[in-house]
Design a binder for this molecule. Structure first.
Ligand SMILES: C[S@@+](CC[C@H](N)C(=O)[O-])C[C@H]1O[C@@H](n2cnc3c(N)ncnc32)[C@H](O)[C@@H]1O
Length: 388
C-alpha cells in the first residue's frame, strides 16, 4: 500500500513537536518567527502563552472557528484510514498507537482552536498563501514550514517550491523546512535541483538530521541561510582525522552528497540519507573517519574499516559545491598513505547505476571484482578493489 492524499490536509502538531522537528533552541525561540502553512498547530498559541508573539500564515485562517473544526474532523477521518493501511510506514516508539496519535494531535489542535479567535484579532493568524506573501523584505529572522513543502511534492510543482522558498528567503534571514521526503517516504524529487539552484544563487542550504521521526525516514530538515563557502583553493584544503564531535557536520555533507545517487534510484531513502546522529556516532567506534576542511569547515569526508590487511572504504562524500575539484581523490590518497604499508588491499562498493562513481574509481586505479547488495540496502552495487 501507499499513502494517497488527493488534497493538502488541515492538520496540526504540538509545540513540543515543532521544537524537535526544527531543532529549535532557546535562542531560536527568541527570534522574530513566521510559521508558514501552520494550519491548526498549537505552536503559535504556546508561544503566545510564553509571552512571545509570532506570526502564522495559512489560507485556512480565512475560515470561521466552527468551519475549521469541521475540516479537522474530515482530515482526522482520512488520516486514520491512511495510517491504518500503512502502519509500517511509521515509527511507533514514542507514539504507541493510532489512538494515542489521534489523542495527541487533537489535543494540540484544540489548543489552537481555543486560541484562534483571539489570535485572529491580534493578527497572529493571517490568511495568506505561498508562494506570495504580504510582508516587507527581511521582516523575520526565522521562517518555519512543516508538512507542506516537499511532503506534498506530488501535488505541488517544482516551480511552486522554488517560488515559495525564494519568497521565504525574501522575508526571512533563515528558513527551516521539515520534512524533505514526500508522504510515500521518498526523498522529494524537487530537492536535489533546489539545492543546486540555492548554491548557485548565493545561499547555503544544509540538511540537518533531527531527533524527530514519526513517518519513517522523515528525520531531516532543510536549513537555508544567505551566504556561501569560501572559494576553493587547492592549497587551503586540509585533510585530517575526524572525531565524534564532527559527526553532525559530516552527516550534513553526507546527506547533500548522496542526493544525486538518490535521484538515480527514484528518491529511494538510502541508508546514508536515513542515518541518525546516534548511528554515525556508533560508527566512530569501529571506523576511522577523515575530514576534508576548508577554513576549518568540513566539506568532505570518508570513513574506513580495517579488516586484516584490507581497508574497506565507506561513504566517500564531498559537498555538492566542491565536487569536481579533486577532493574525493585526495581523500582516497590520504587513506592509502595513512594505512600503508600495513594494508595490501583497499575495497569498496558503489551503486551500479552511478556512472560518475564507477568511472571515478576506475580512474584512480580500482578494478571491479563482483556485483551484489549491501546487507541493509536494496541497491545493486559494484564492488571494487585496488591492490597496493
Ligand atoms: C498538513 S498541514 C501542516 C500543518 C503544520 N505545519 C504541521 O506540521 O502540523 C498543511 C497546511 O498547509 C496549508 N496550505 C495549503 N496550501 C497552502 C499555501 N498555498 N500556502 C500556505 N499554506 C498552505 C493547509 O491549509 C494546511 O493547514
Amino acid at each position: 500500500m501507499s499513502l494517497k492524499y488527493s488534497n493538502i490536509k488541515v492538520w496540526g502538531r504540538s509545540f513540543a513537536e515543532y521544537v524537535k522537528m526544527f531543532e529549535l533552541t532557546a535562542n531560536d525561540l527568541r527570534k522574530k518567527i513566521i510559521v508558514c502553512a501552520d494550519g491548526p498547530s498549537s505552536f503559535n498559541a504556546a508561544m503566545w502563552k510564553k509571552g512571545k508573539k509570532i506570526i502564522s500564515i495559512d489560507p485556512i485562517y480565512s475560515l470561521k472557528k466552527d468551519e475549521l473544526s469541521q475540516r479537522i474532523i474530515e482530515s482526522a477521518d482520512d488520516i486514520i484510514i491512511q495510517i491504518n493501511s500503512n502502519k509500517d510506514s511509521f515509527t511507533w516508539d514514542s507514539i504507541k498507537s493510532i489512538n494515542e496519535l489521534m489523542q495527541k494531535r487533537l489535543s494540540a489542535m484544540n489548543i489552537f482552536l481555543d486560541d484562534y479567535e483571539s489570535g485572529l484579532s491580534e493578527k497572529r493568524y493571517l490568511a495568506q498563501s505561498l508562494p506570495k506573501l504580504n510582508f516587507n523584505n527581511k521582516t523575520f529572522d526565522l521562517a518555519l514550514c512543516s508538512h507542506f513543502l516537499f511532503l506534498y511534492s506530488s501535488l505541488l510543482s517544482f516551480d511552486f517550491h522554488v517560488q515559495s522558498i525564494k519568497e521565504l528567503l525574501r522575508i526571512s534571514d533563515e528558513i527551516r523546512i521539515f520534512p524533505i521526503i514526500d508522504f510515500n517516504g521518498k526523498v522529494s524529487s524537487h530537492l536535489d535541483n533546489i539545492i543546486h539552484e540555492l548554491i548557485k544563487t548565493g545561499y547555503k542550504p544544509e540538511i540537518w538530521t533531527v531527533d524527530y521521526e514519526f513517518q519513517k525516514g522523515a528525520n531531516t530538515m532543510l536549513f537555508i541561510k544567505k551566504g556561501n563557502y569560501k572559494k576553493f583553493k587547492k592549497e587551503d584544503l586540509i585533510i585530517e582525522r575526524a572525531n565524534k564531535n564532527d559527526s553532525k557536520e559530516i552527516l550534513k555533507i553526507q546527506k547533500l552528497a548522496f542526493l544525486d545517487e538518490i535521484n538515480l534510484h527514484n528518491g529511494l531513502l538510502i541508508q546514508p540519507f536515513k542515518q541518525t546522529k546516534k548511528e554515525i556516532e556508533q560508527e566512530f567506534e569501529e571506523k576511522v573517519f577523515f575530514k576534508a576542511c576548508l577554513d576549518k569547515i568540513i566539506i568532505g569526508s570518508v570513513r574506513v574499516k580495517i579488516e586484516g590487511d584490507t581497508c574497506w572504504v565507506n561513504k566517500l562524500v564531498v559537498h555538492p559545491q566542491f565536487q569536481n575539484h579533486g577532493i574525493a581523490k585526495q581523500l582516497m590518497e590520504n587513506v592509502e598513505k595513512f594505512f600503508s604499508p600495513e594494508i595490501s588491499k583497499i575495497k569498496l562498493a558503489t551503486a551500479k547505476k552511478s556512472d560518475k562513481n564507477v568511472s571515478f574509481y576506475k580512474k584512480i586505479g580500482f578494478t571491479p571484482f563482483r556485483t551484489g547488495y549491501l546487507p541493509y540496502e536494496n541497491v545493486e552495487m559494484i564492488f571494487f578493489e585496488k591492490t597496493l
